[in-house]
Design a protein around this ligand. Sequence first.
Ligand SMILES: [Zn+2]
Length: 406
Amino acid sequence: MPLRAKVASSVSRTAAALSRAAGRGDGSVIGGWIGLKIDPDLLAHLANGRAIALVSGTNGKTTTTRLTAAAVGVLGNVATNSFGANMPTGHTSALAKAGHTPYAVLEVDEHYLAQVIAATTPRVVALLNLSRDQLDRAKEVAMMADLWRTALANHPDILVVANADDPMVVYAAVASPRVTWFSAGQRWHDDSWVCPQCGAPIERQADQWWCVNCPLRRPMPQWTVEDDGVIDPRGAWHKVNLQIPGKVNVGNAATALAVAAQFGVRPTDAVGRLSTVTSVAGRYAQVMRDGRNIRLLLAKNPASWLEAFDMVDHAPTLLSINARDPDGLDTSWLFDVDFSPLRGRQVLITGDRAYDLAVRLEVNDVPFRHVLSFDEAVTSVPPGRLEVIANYTAFQDIRAELDRVN
Ligand SMILES: [Zn+2]
C-alpha cells in the first residue's frame, strides 16, 4: 500500500480501538471515517489483492454475510464487517482491522452498492431482495432496482448471485451477463405487483411469476431450497444444520453456499461450517432470565416482520417499536404488516411508539397489553419461552438490558 494509505489504515485502527475502549460501540464507523478523511482511496487500497464478495438487499444481509464468511472460510482467512456497519466507513474499518486476508465478505447497504463496487472491484455480488424500508428516507424500491441495474451493467465481469423469486432483483440482475440464480422463496409480494421494466401487472402461480406484457419472468434457479436442505446446480441435496431459526435462514444458507461456490468452494465442504453461526449481533440470541427463555428477533420493515411471525413459537410475545433516526421516523408501515398471526397468544407491547403499535393491533383484532419496561414484560409472562420482536433501536435497547448479548 502507498505510505498515505498505510498511515490512514493505522490511524483508523487506533481510532476504532479508542472508541471501543471508551465504550462508544464497536468503533467501526469512527475508525473508517477518520481513515477515509486521511486517504479518500483507503477502501480501494485495502480491497486491493483480496477476492471480495459483497452481499446486499433490504433484509437478511447481516445473517447471510455471516453465513457466507463461514462458507468461504474453507479457503482461508476472511475479513468481514460482522456487526452490521454496512457503509464504506464500516468496510474500511473492517478491512483495516483484519489486516491482510486473501478473502473478504462484506455486507453493503443497498444505497451504497454502486459506490462500494467501484471502490472494491468485487469478484462476486449477491443480491438478496428489495422491499420497502424506512419510508421517510429510503429510495422507492423500483428506484433502488434501477441503481443496481446500472451498477451491474457497468461491471459485466462481476459474478452475480441473485434471487430468482424477487422480480425487482431479477430486473436489476439481468443487466449482468454472468448471473447464478438462487431460489430462497419470498413471502412478501407487496412491492412487486408491477413490472419494474414496463409497468404492467405481474402474475404469480405457485413458485412462478411473470410480467403479462414483457419478457421479464422468473429465471430457472440453479440453487434451491428443499425441506431443510439446499440443492446445488448438479442436483445434489445438502442437509443444512443451522443454529438460527426459520425457513428464511435456510434460504440465506443457500445464498451463502452459492456465493462460496463462485470462489471454488464445494457445498459439501462448506455446509458443515454454517452451523457455527449461532446468533448475529444479538439477532436470534437466547437468554435465560428469571426462568424465562428469551429469544430476540430483529424485524425492521414489513417483509421482515412477516418472516419473524413465521419463526416465533406459539408463546408469549413482546413487540417493541421505536422511531428514532436509525429506525426511520415514519411508522405508517405498521399498517402494511398483518399482525393476525399473533392472535391467540399473550401479546405485550412496549417502546417509544408503543401507542402506534396499539392502534395497529386494535384495528387488527389482536388483544395486547402495554408494558412500560422490558423487566415488566419478563415478569408479566409465565416461565418458559418469551419471544421478543423489535425494530432496530428498540432491539438495541433490549440487547443492552441483557448486557449486550451477542
Ligand atoms: Zn414487464
